[in-house]
Design a protein around this ligand. Structure first.
Ligand SMILES: [Zn+2]
Length: 241
C-alpha cells in the first residue's frame, strides 16, 4: 500500500489554496499533510499585520485543521515561515495542544516509517520582516543540531529556504538567492528528502520543481502548488497545480 504525503508551502493565507490542499489530502492512501511556512496572509493594508495574522490562525487555520484531523485521522505537520510574525507563535502552540497539528520547526516527528523535521529560518534577505532571519553560520549550527535528533538518511527535512545554486532558489531576476548553509548541510548529511519554499517563482523560472544534491532529492513546488509523493518510494512524486 502506498503511503502518500501531500506538501504545500507559501500559501500566505489563501483560503482557496488551503481548501485545495485539504481536498488533495483527503484521498484514501494519504497519510500526512505537510505545510511548509508562510502560512498567514501577506502584509495587510487594513490595520496591524500581527493582529491580522493572529486572527487568521485563530478563526480559520487552527479550527479548520482540527476539523480535518478529526474527520480524517491523518497527520498534519506545519511550521511558520519568514512572513509569519513570530510574536504569534503562542497561537500556533495552542493549536498544537488542541490537537490540530504537530509543529515541526526545529523538531522531529514520525511520519510513517520515516521521520520529519522542520526549519523555518531563512538566510538574510532584503525583506521587511526579520523575525526568521539568521546568518549562514547559525543556520548550519541549527541544522546540525536537528540532524542529531534522527538519522538524516531516514528523515524528510522541511526547510523553508531552498539550497543555493539549484533549480529551487532562482528569483524573478534570474539570481540564485538560496542558502549556502542549507546546501552544505544537504551535501554532507544526504537526507532522505528535502522540501523547500520561500522563492515562489523559482520553479517557473527554471522549469523545474526538483533538483538533486549528491543523492538527495530536493523539491520546491512553488507558491500554492501541491507536491504529492509516496513516503516510502520517492520515484512516485508529482506536482499538481
Ligand atoms: Zn512566501
Amino acid at each position: 500500500m502506498p503511503e502518500i504525503a501531500v506538501f504545500a508551502t507559501d500559501i500566505h493565507g489563501e483560503i482557496q489554496d488551503y481548501e485545495k490542499v485539504l481536498e488533495a489530502a483527503g484521498g484514501k492512501n494519504v497519510r500526512a499533510v505537510i505545510i511548509g511556512g508562510d502560512i498567514t496572509p501577506f502584509l495587510s493594508v487594513i490595520g496591524d499585520i500581527g493582529t491580522y495574522q493572529r486572527e487568521f490562525m485563530e478563526f480559520y487555520l487552527i479550527p479548520r485543521l482540527k476539523e480535518f484531523r478529526k474527520k480524517t485521522k491523518k497527520d498534519v505537520f506545519i511550521m511558520m515561515g519568514n512572513d509569519d510574525l513570530k510574536i504569534n507563535s503562542d497561537v500556533m502552540k495552542r493549536g498544537e495542544k488542541q490537537g490540530s497539528f504537530k509543529l515541526i520547526n526545529q523538531k522531529v516527528h514520525k511520519i510513517g516509517r520515516k521521520y520529519i523535521a522542520g526549519y523555518s529560518f531563512i538566510n538574510e534577505a532584503p525583506f521587511l520582516l526579520k523575525d526568521w532571519e539568521k546568518d549562514e553560520k547559525d543556520i548550519r549550527k541549527d541544522l546540525n543540531k536537528l540532524a542529531k535528533l534522527a538519522d538524516p538518511g531516514k528523515t524528510i527535512y522541511c526547510v523553508h529556504a531552498p539550497p543555493l545554486g539549484t533549480n529551487l532558489d532562482v528569483l524573478f531576476t534570474g539570481e540564485h538567492v538560496g542558502s549556502s548553509a542549507i546546501r552544505e548541510f544537504i551535501l554532507e548529511k544526504q537526507p532522505y528528502l528535502t522540501l523547500h519554499g520561500h522563492i515562489h517563482e523559482s520553479s517557473r523560472m527554471t522549469g523545474n520543481w526538483r533538483d538533486v544534491l549528491g543523492e538527495t532529492v530536493c523539491v520546491n513546488p512553488g507558491k500554492g502548488n501541491i507536491l504529492v509523493f509516496d513516503i516510502n518510494d520517492l520515484k512516485v512524486m508529482e506536482v499538481v497545480y
